[in-house]
Design a protein around this ligand. Structure first.
Ligand code: CA
Length: 238
């Protein structure tokens, strides 16, 4: 099943990478994982292949000898090519990451990386399909989430959250106005199933409230008794 489309055909990937050893290594590994893989050694070859062949996913190195990975992505998106893009970058700088995401990249990996990590990202992107994940910010009222930098602010004040708290808040804000049962929160944020009597979720919600609601008005996180939690702007009382 892995590496196949719904119609049973192998998924087709393009790697654009000028470092010969890295390119060959990735091509071999992904081929062994069941994908059909093309490898381009410079930017223009990669660009032309991506413009003419129907790829399910592109893996673009940023630093190439001719045109860089950003140019390729920008040009493809302008031409209406929506295949998901995973960037390979030598730099861990936030600017690079934000630039890639703003141009419409779906994910990125910093070199050096483990092949298993790359394969996991590839599988996730292919599962997600061609839905572009170009969203960079989420908000409700004056609460804002910067998804690329994992930063949260309310009323312009920076709020420090743990990774789990951020995931929890992101889930609530993405589905604002919707009551989320504890079981759903558990599976989405903790990736596991909790017994219904556990209070892990409640404790996490209480901590999150302490940070994003306690010193602010209006209160956004709502407890829906017997059902779960919801984030929403309160009804207008006028
Ligand atoms: Ca390179």
């Amino acid at each position: 099943m892995i590496g196949k489309t719904d119609t049973g055909q192998a998924m087709k990937l393009l790697i654009v990478e000028d470092e010969i050893k890295t390119g060959e290594y990735l091509k071999q590994g992904l081929s062994e994982a069941g994908y059909v893989v093309d490898l381009a050694r410079n930017g223009m070859d990669g660009y032309h292949l991506a413009m003419t062949e129907p790829y399910d996913l592109l893996i673009l190195d940023v630093m190439l000898p001719d045109v860089n990975g950003w140019w390729i992505l920008k040009s493809l998106r302008e031409a209406g090519k929506e295949a998901p893009v995973l960037f390979l970058t030598a730099s861990d700088s936030v600017d690079d990451r934000v630039k890639g995401l703003e141009l419409g990249a779906d994910d990125y990996l910093v070199k050096p990386f483990a092949f298993a990590e790359l394969l996991a990202r590839v599988r996730t992107l292919l599962r997600r399909g061609a839905v572009p994940a170009t969203e960079l910010y989420l908000s409700i009222g004056d609460l804002e989430l910067d998804l690329a930098r994992h930063r949260v602010s309310r009323g312009g004040r920076h709020i420090r959250l743990t990774a789990k708290e951020f995931s929890l808040l992101e889930l609530l804000v993405r589905r604002q106005g919707e009551v989320l049962p504890r079981s759903l929160i558990a599976s989405q944020v903790w990736d596991m199933n909790f017994d219904s009597d556990t209070n892990v979720i409640d404790v996490a919600i209480r901590r999150l409230r302490g940070k994003v609601d306690d010193h602010f008005e209006p209160k956004l996180i709502q407890t829906i008794r017997g059902m779960g939690y919801m984030i929403d702007l309160p009804d207008d009382n006028t």
